[in-house]
Design a protein around this ligand. Structure first.
Ligand SMILES: Cc1cc2nc3c(=O)[nH]c(=O)nc-3n(C[C@H](O)[C@H](O)[C@H](O)COP(=O)(O)OP(=O)(O)OC[C@H]3O[C@@H](n4cnc5c(N)ncnc54)[C@H](O)[C@@H]3O)c2cc1C
Length: 208
């Protein structure tokens, strides 16, 4: 493979991960005062565009939040709440899980291990899920989990690889969003033996 800078290298596979371009250029949003940039429609923390009574949600919005179906739904439900007068607060995204449906599967939620490496407030721990959760990883010998804890020993992020990663990342959603402690996990019973039960059991060794 040859790069634009002229280097060449051998690769077994090439992934095109160039993303998607917002389709905003030919609908003349500027004529009504709705501003856009390279990332899409500009919105404030209430999902209002630069014309206050016009809102935007989903992939078309210029944002750093992952462009996924559930984040689009979350934004649209938030806008509905604003319009119905149920809230006046800014949009507050919870931790967003995302999955790459490759073989093996990869999943990520919350603070990434890369972000954690750059910040003193986080610690990253490896969980050898294949070895510790043998039955749960279904003999997937490559299954691994990296977790990110803050100084209060709360789970703030995780990166998972393995066939069961998409399912078990969902079990981390409430643990991160509701700042579960070890005591909370002690009071929780999961169906056993299941892949999704195994990770919370292992997390008890790490949480405060
Ligand atoms: C290949 C692929 C795989 C994906 N896999 C996942 C996944 O596994 N999980 C996940 O959560 N997300 C996934 N996504 C992302 C997900 O599809 C989007 O985040 C989600 O659909 C965004 O919803 P939306 O309503 O903002 O946009 P869309 O679903 O794109 O809907 C926008 C609609 O507007 C229409 N439209 C565009 N321009 C105009 C116009 N000028 N006038 C009228 N109508 C117009 C379009 O035709 C389209 O119907 C995937 C995306 C792609 C491309």
């Amino acid at each position: 493979m040859k790069t634009s800078k002229g280097s060449t290298f051998q690769a077994d596979m090439v992934f095109d991960t160039t993303g998607r371009v917002p389709n905003t250029h030919d609908i003349n949003l500027a004529s009504i005062g709705v501003e856009t940039n390279r990332g899409g429609v500009i919105v404030n923390d209430h999902m209002q565009t630069t014309v206050a009574h016009i809102y935007a949600s989903g992939d078309v919005v210029a944002k750093t939040i992952p462009r996924l179906t559930p984040t689009t739904t979350f934004e649209s439900l938030y806008i509905a709440d604003i319009l119905l007068g149920h809230t006046t607060a800014s949009i507050a995204y919870p931790a967003v899980p995302s999955v790459t449906f490759t073989l093996p599967r990869m999943a990520q939620i919350g603070v990434s291990t890369a972000e954690a490496a750059d910040a003193d407030e986080y610690n990253v721990y490896d969980i050898n899920f294949a070895q510790l959760g043998m039955f749960a990883s279904h003999h997937d010998t490559e299954a691994k989990v990296k977790i990110v804890l803050n100084q209060q020993k709360q789970l703030v992020g995780a990166t998972l690889i393995g066939d069961v990663a998409p399912e078990i990342v969902n079990t981390l959603v409430p643990i991160i969003n509701h700042k579960y402690t070890k005591a909370d996990l002690n009071k929780t019973i999961y169906a056993f033996p299941t892949p999704s039960a195994m990770l919370p059991m292992l997390l008890m060794n790490f949480l405060a």
